[in-house]
Design a protein around this ligand. Structure first.
Ligand code: ADE
Length: 240
């Protein structure tokens, strides 16, 4: 998968060199490039923002550097897009909420472009123009406000990247985790069997795999019901 990120802080993405995603980059499964938006300015101060039309607090990111940055990344109309067209994602608290389902869907795509906004946002025409040549999405990572899109993009790249086949060594570990089957994951234990007076639930030491599966499933349902009742599938809702 190819990922391009446009940002005024490309160094934010240096941490992608470490851990699982770092290995995926080395082995060629993931090709991530961070582009500095300021490289696409032409004034001495490398200006990327200006005051908003209509007034109001804060600054808005100017369209011209964004247009040139996206021109350098997206295929032109004459270049026949090989495979599927890129998806351009702008992280924004005003976007649709990023979920595991969206991560799974985006992990199937060949080319993702992330545009990190700062200040009060990006001139609306950047989104409108990008939509004429790519699929554009505004995506939020949750109902809170960050200073800019970089941290949100890091979270999305990690969630998407680990779903690319070959990135996580044991694909089974992807199946048994929170959100994969619509429920939160069950609690896990390892040795020793007793620690600081706390015992591992005896069923996990029983060797009875059927009973262990049933116990884990019941734990998942109980946890989801307590912590995230909004996620419970209707057939698992408690009867009124
Ligand atoms: N930029 C600022 N806040 C954000 C959020 N919650 N999600 C995505 N991008 C953002």
């Amino acid at each position: 998968m190819r990922i391009d990120v446009v940002t005024i802080f490309p160094e934010f993405f240096d941490v992608l060199d470490i851990s699982l995603l770092g290995r995926a980059r080395q082995t060629g499964l993931l090709d991530v490039t961070a582009h500095n938006l300021r490289e696409f300015t032409h004034d001495r101060h490398r200006t990327v923002d200006d005051t908003p039309y209509g007034g109001g607090a804060g600054m808005v990111m100017k369209p011209e550097p964004w247009g040139e940055a996206l021109d350098s990344i997206l295929p032109t109309e004459t270049e026949a897009p090989g495979g599927d067209a890129p998806v351009v994602i702008f992280p924004s608290p005003a976007g649709t909420v990023f979920t595991q389902k969206m991560a799974r869907e985006l992990a199937q795509r060949e080319h993702l472009v992330f545009g990190c906004g700062r200040y009060e946002g990006i001139d609306q025409r950047v989104f409108d123009h990008a939509a004429t040549r790519a699929e554009v999405r505004l995506v939020s990572i949750g109902d809170y406000v960050l200073n800019g899109g970089e941290v949100a993009v890091m979270a999305m790249i990690e969630a998407i990247g680990r779903l690319i086949p070959g990135v996580v060594g044991n694909p089974e570990s992807l199946v048994e985790e929170s959100h994969e089957d619509g429920l939160l994951e069950y609690p896990s234990y390892t040795k020793p069997a007793a620690w600081r007076g706390l015992e591992v639930p005896p069923i996990l030491l029983s060797g009875n795999h059927r009973a262990i599966d049933d116990w884990r499933r019941a734990q998942q349902i109980e946890r989801t019901r307590t912590v995230r009742p909004d996620l419970l599938p209707p057939d698992l809702l408690p009867n009124e």
